[in-house]
Design a protein around this ligand. Sequence first.
Ligand code: FE2
Length: 322
Amino acid sequence: MTTDQEYREELRVAGGTTMGVLWAAPAGGPGAADGAEGLRLRAEELLAEHGAVMIHGLGIADAEEFHAAVDRFGDRLIRSYRGGNTPRVAVSDGVFTSTEYPARFEISLHNELSYAHSWPRRLFFGCLLAAETGGATPVCDGAALLAALDPELRARFAAGVTYRQYLHGGYGLGKSWQATFETEDRVEVEGFLRESEAEFAWTPEGGLRVIQHRQGILEHPVTGRPVWFNQADQWHPSNLPEGEAGTLLSLIDSTDDLPHWVTYRDGSPIPDEDLAKVREAARRHRLSVPWQDGSLLVVDNLRVLHGREAYTGARRVLVSMT
Ligand SMILES: [Fe+2]
C-alpha cells in the first residue's frame, strides 16, 4: 500500500489563506480499507499547517456517520450550544445543524462563539447534501485578515470589544432569553452568566440585558501569532442586509434594545467605515472550496474564520465543535 493509494492531496490558496484538500480512496478501491488512519494523520498535519482541511470522498450520509468521522479525530465534543445567538437545532448528542439562516443570504466570515466566555478549538462540518448552487463554507486566515488592517484600526480592536444583547422574555425581536439559554429558569441563567463573566440585568418587561467584554485579537496558543478573534462585524447593524438596519433601528427607541449590537471596549461606537475595512480584508483573503456530498471540513476556530455562501436548492451541513 502506498500513500497515493490512500488519498490524493491538493493545496488551495486565496490571498493569505491556505487549505489542504484530501480525496479519500474510493470505498472498496486500493488503499481504502487500511487508509483511514493514514488519511486522518495527514489531515492533522494539514490542519496544523493551514488551519483548515477539506476531506472529500468520505461518503458521510447521515448524522451517525458524521459523528463517527468526527470521533476518529478523538477530541471531546461540545454538547450544548447554550448562549449561542443563532438558530440551530441539535440533531443528536454533540451534532448540530449549521445555522438555520435563510438560503438567499450569505453568512459573513466569523470565529465561532468568539463573543462567548469560552469557545470551540475546532469545528467539524459534514456535508450530507451539497446545495444546487453556492452554499460553500468559505474560510479566511485570521492572521492574514489582521495583518491587512491599518495599525490604528488594529489597536482599536486590540483593546477589546463589548457585546450587548437585549433578549426578550417571549415576544419581541430576535431570540428570547429562554431560547438562548435553553431554560425557563432565571436562576440557572444567572449562574451561567456569572460563570461566563458577563454583566446582566433583568428588565421590568421580563427581558434580559447582557453585556460581555471580550477580546478583539487573540494570541494563538500554538503558533503564538496574533489572530483576529471577534464577531464585531456580525453584531453590528451594518452587517444586516441592505435596508434592514434602517427598518430595525426605526422599530426601537435606542440601540440598547437591539437584539444584539457591539461597541469598542470603552463603549465608543464602532464606525461603519472601520467594519467596512474589516470586511474588505476578509474578502481579500477569503477561500471557498465547494462542498461535495459526503465531505468533511475541519477548521481551527482560533486561526481561521468561516462563513456560508448564499445558495439555492436543498443543503444539509452538520456541525460539531470540540
Ligand atoms: Fe459559524
